[in-house]
Write a protein that binds this ligand. Sequence first.
Ligand code: SAJ
Length: 433
Amino acid sequence: MILENSKITVFGLGHIGLPTAALFANSGLQVTGVDINKRTIEYVNKGKTPIREPGLDELVKKAVESGKLTATDDGITASKDSRIKIVIVPTPVDEFKKSDLSAVESACRSISKALNKGDLVIIESTTPPKTCKNVVIPILEESGLKAGIDFGVAYTPERALPNNTIYEMTHNARVIGGINEKSADTAVSLYEHITKGKIIKVNDLITAEMVKLMENTYRDTNIALSNELAKVCEKLDIDAIEAIAAANHHPRVNIHTPGPGVGGHCLSIDPYFIVEIAEQEGIGSPLIKNARAINDGMPGHVAEIVVNTLNDAGKQIEGSKVGILGVAYKGNVADARETPAKPLIELLLEEGFDVYAHDPHTSDDLIEFFGARPVSMEEVLECDCVVLITDHDEYKSITPGMIKNKIFVCTRPVLNPDDFKREGVVFKGIGRL
Ligand code: SAJ
């Protein structure tokens, strides 16, 4: 397969699909992006992006203006016209924490209807191990063609960090597994167009699927460990942040940072894919499952700190105003998927508080949807209790004098407790009561 003449279809123009499509297009390859969202297609065809990601606007503009990137909702026609098809669609979990692969299945069905001998299908969506074998390939073979003989299959997980996606996509190491050597090698040659990072070829499709899940599970369980240690430290009157920082001086220790919970569409979801497959295999994965439960329990712990702090200060709960700083799942992003702010707001409302919130990156509609009243940062700082949830840069210069009612629950270690305590502010944090 001569890649220089091969057209590419990218299924899914989201946070990872759109930058990938634009990077391939700017590397000189002809790319068609497919999405079910008409607004996304309109945006892209005008050279614009509906996603906030540093550097993406220019990348998409250049790709579309050069004629190398177009978008459509017709996945079958786009597929017919291209020799390489890449699937980068969402794989959420359902209410029972089981993977929902419907978007992957739907993209593969379109591909199947337009598959030709010699084509290569690449999956980038995060999936439970065995998805390529048990879900993707059977659908593709409905075409009458045989995987590994008539067409190739490769899996390469996306691993770029939101807000730094373009840099990480082009500089991080990339892991690639194939149904056979030829599929993996063709995928390696393709990704060499857009990455300066090391390309690591692994044994097969399932290994590549597992690598991605291991990475996010490592981080999620590590954060759960830090959250558990923080809660123990609270009981022992130890500043967990100071203790963790000291422990991390050990050359083989890297304890992550405790916080109000783990959000985003990756860490809070991907570990369940391992739990799911481990349960199917009859062994379960109690550590990973427990870590998820610990992190999911953190908004409840924050609510408890707020209630206890106000009780200790002799304030009543019913009708007291709690002001939340930040609803995005992490600092300096507009993304609020799986954010711990949402369950926290719900718990505080259940307690009887009036909940106000501010976030310079997200919309007021979202804050209202979460059940809080959107207000300015100044108004949040005037509430009976101020709760910092997201470590946005805008909040790192808050000073004691700005906390009007002198009660501050700061769930991220971005401000020095002593500065506040010296000025008479009741300062509580995760792992620092
Ligand atoms: N968090 C903590 N304590 C920490 C680190 C993070 O509480 O010490 C929280 C954050 O506040 C946030 C959540 O965890 O709510 C996740 O944030 P993150 O920055 O760890 O990760 P994501 O979800 O934005 O991106 C991760 C990355 N994976 C790894 O670092 C192993 C990224 O490289 C992946 O591409 C991405 O998942 C993905 O798409 O899977």
